[in-house]
Design a protein around this ligand. Structure first.
Ligand SMILES: CC(C)(COP(=O)(O)OP(=O)(O)OC[C@H]1O[C@@H](n2cnc3c(N)ncnc32)[C@H](O)[C@@H]1OP(=O)(O)O)[C@@H](O)C(=O)NCCC(=O)NCCS
Length: 175
């Protein structure tokens, strides 16, 4: 387990999948994700089977669980770990709106940054965030992510193009 102050990061189990499906079909959550079609249990099971075939991908995908109640509240995954250049790109979701704005996302990000820099010896952690995700941008800045650039009209959603921002933390800044 990788413990933060309010949450721990642990690896995913098959029993977690129904939570993922529910969250990915929750409008308030999915509107900020790259999600077009509804998600189904069978599709999620296929995704999980594929994840298990790639050990590194599996190891770098975490479930966020509260320390106080052991409730599963979200996921945090490293999409890619670039070994030569020592960077990774992450994606995070706190799934139920009832669990958002409780500090779990910020704590999970800080915990992941510590793990990435101190244990994985990475030099850079980056992410992409849609221009309308004001909560996400606020949280990322608070955790030390710096806006580096904007992919203009990079995403078509709800009948219009959205800009997508690239944000990152370097190990030197994080220290
Ligand atoms: C974005 C997300 C990871 C943040 O995690 P979280 O646990 O909800 O966030 P926290 O509780 O740590 O912090 C929330 C902060 O955002 C602020 N906030 C909430 N809504 C806001 C808004 N519309 N605009 C600006 N700030 C906002 C809160 O006031 C709080 O800041 P404060 O502590 O300074 O008052 C989570 O909400 C989430 O997963 N959302 C849905 C999916 C998503 O957006 N994923 C990320 C895709 S890039």
């Amino acid at each position: 387990m990788i413990n933060g102050k309010k949450i721990r990061l642990r690896h995913a189990e098959r029993a977690d999948l129904p939570h993922f499906v529910r969250w990915l079909n929750t409008p308030d959550t999915r509107q900020y994700l790259d999600a077009i079609y509804p998600f189904s249990q069978i599709e999620e099971e296929q995704w999980f089977d594929n994840l298990l075939k790639n050990r590194e991908a599996y190891l770098n995908f975490f479930v966020i669980e509260t320390l106080e109640t052991n409730e599963i509240v979200g996921t945090l995954g490293l999409h890619e770990v670039n070994q030569r250049n020592r960077w990774t790109e992450l994606g995070i979701m706190i799934g139920d709106s009832a669990n958002q704005n409780k500090g779990y996302g910020s704590d999970a990000l800080r915990t992941l940054l510590r793990f990435a820099f101190e244990e994985l010896n990475l030099n850079r952690v980056q992410l992409r965030v849609n221009d309308d995700n004001l909560r996400g941008i606020h949280v990322y800045k608070r955790c030390g992510f710096v806006h580096e650039g904007t992919l203009r009209q990079n995403l078509w959603k709800h009948g219009r193009y959205h800009d997508v921002h690239i944000m990152a933390v370097l190990r030197s800044e994080w220290k």
